[in-house]
Ligand binder design. Structure first.
Ligand code: ACO
Length: 324
C-alpha cells in the first residue's frame, strides 16, 4: 500500500519548567495557564541538548524499534524552526552524529505543521523509490526563540524531538492520504523574524527581534476552523467514517483548541491523544513525540486508522490518515 512507520522514538530535555516556575519569571499564575492552555509543565533544553542532539537521540530510539542501523538510512529530513544554526541544516548534524554515511539530509520549515508535511514528502519519495529507508524527525528548542518577558507566548512552548523510520511495504497499511494547506496572507499572526539583515536595503526599519510573535486569539480562531475543514475534506475524499478512526493525534498546541476541535468534529474525547499538559507546544516535534508515546503505551492498534492533524505559522495546516 505505501509508506509504513517501522519505529518511533522521542527525546525530551531533562529540565522541567512548571507553571509555578513561570510565576517567578513573568506576571502569571498556575491557574491562568492551566485553565487557558491546559499546560502544567514543559521541558527546557540545557547544555548539550541542542535541537540536533535531541533529534539524534529520538532518531536512535526510532531506529532501535525499527531494527534499522544508521548505515541503512538513505534520507534524513528534519522539520524544525529552531535549529542551533541556519546552515548547515539540523539534518546534516543528525547525519553526522548518527554516522548515517549513505544518507542525504535536509531540513523543512512548515512551522508546527512541519512533521505532517514531512510525512507527505516521505510518502511520495517512497512511492517513487521503494527501496529507501527514511528517517523523519520533528525537533525544536523553541526556548531559544521565546521572549521570556512576554507572558502571552513564553508560557506556551517547550522543547523536544520525535522521530520515525519509514519504509515502503507492499501491505495494506501505511500512509493513506494527506490534505495539506497554507495561507501566506496570514503570516503576521504567528511569526518569528530572522536576525537583522546586514543589507541596509533589506533591513526592517523597526526590527521586532528574533522571537516568536503571536496574535493568540486570531490563531485560536483559525486553528480550530482550519483543522476541522482539513479533516472533514480528507475523510470525505477517502470515504472514511470518523467512527472508524482508532486514534486521533493532533498537534499539541493547547487544550482549548483541541477541546473545541474535538467537540466540533464529534469524535469521542477518549479517541484523542493528548500530552500537552506535560510538554506544552513543541511545534514540529509535538506530533512525533505524541505518536511515540501513544505507540509505546500500546494505543496504536494494527490495522486501525490514525488521524493526524496540525496547524502552525504560515499559516500551514492539514490532516493525514495512516493505517497502522
Ligand atoms: N498570565 C496571565 N494573564 C495573561 C497571560 C498570562 N500568561 N497572558 C495573557 N494574559 C492576559 C492578557 O494580558 C489579557 O489581559 P487584559 O484583558 O488585561 O488585556 C488577558 O489575559 C486575556 O488575554 P487574551 O489574549 O484575550 O487571552 P485568551 O483567553 O485569548 O488566551 C491564549 C490567550 C491562551 C494565547 C489563547 O489566545 C490561545 O490559546 N491562542 C492560541 C495560541 C496558540 O496556541 N499558539 C500556539 C502556536 S500556534 C499553534 O501551534 C497552533
Amino acid at each position: 500500500m505505501g509508506a509504513v512507520i517501522l519505529g518511533t522514538g522521542s527525546c525530551l530535555p531533562d529540565r522541567v519548567l512548571s507553571n509555578h516556575d513561570l510565576e517567578e519569571i513573568v506576571e502569571t499564575s498556575d491557574e491562568w495557564i492551566r485553565t487557558r492552555t491546559g499546560i502544567n509543565t514543559r521541558r527546557i533544553a540545557g547544555k548539550g541538548e541542542e535541537t540536533y542532539r535531541l533529534a539524534t537521540v529520538a532518531a536512535q530510539r526510532a531506529m532501535e524499534m525499527a531494527g534499522v542501523i544508521a548505515e541503512e538510512i538513505d534520507l534524513i529530513i528534519v522539520a524544525t524552526i529552531s535549529s542551533h544554526m541556519l546552515m548547515p541544516s539540523c539534518a546534516c548534524f543528525v547525519q553526522k552524529e548518527l554516522g548515517a554515511v549513505k544518507a542525504f539530509a535536509y531540513d523543512i520549515n512548515a512551522a508546527c505543521s512541519g512533521f505532517l508535511f514531512g510525512i507527505d514528502i516521505v510518502d511520495k519519495y517512497l512511492r517513487s523509490d521503494r527501496e529507501k529507508k527514511i528517517l523523519l524527525i520533528g525537533a525544536e528548542t523553541l526556548s531559544s526563540r521565546t521572549n521570556w518577558e512576554d507572558r502571552n507566548t513564553c508560557i506556551l512552548f517547550g522543547d523536544g524531538a520525535g522521530a520515525v523510520v519509514m519504509e515502503y511495504r507492499d501491505e495494506a497499511r501505511g500512509v493513506v492520504a494527506s490534505n495539506l494547506c497554507s495561507d501566506g496572507n496570514l503570516w503576521s499572526l504567528l511569526c518569528m523574524h530572522n536576525a537583522p539583515s546586514s543589507n541596509p536595503d533589506l533591513s526592517l526599519a523597526d526590527h521586532p527581534g528574533t522571537h516568536i510573535l503571536m496574535e493568540g486569539r486570531e490563531v485560536f480562531k483559525y486553528a480550530v476552523k482550519a483543522m476541522e475543514g482539513a479533516i472533514v475534506d480528507l475523510l470525505s475524499r477517502e470515504k472514511v467514517d470518523l467512527d472508524s478512526i482508532g486514534l486521533m493525534i493532533p498537534h499539541q498546541a493547547n487544550i482549548r483548541i483541541l477541546n473545541k476541535l474535538v467537540s466540533r468534529l464529534g469524535i469521542p474525547p477518549e479517541k484523542v491523544f493528548i500530552n500537552v499538559q506535560k510538554y506544552g507546544n513543541t511545534s514540529a516535534a509535538s506530533i512525533p513525540i505524541a505518536l511515540d508515546e501513544a505507540n509505546r503505551e500500546g494505543k496504536l492498534k494494527a490495522d486501525e486508522f490514525i488521524l493526524v492533524c496540525s496547524f502552525g505559522g504560515g499559516f500551514t495546516w492539514g490532516a493525514t490518515l495512516v493505517r497502522w
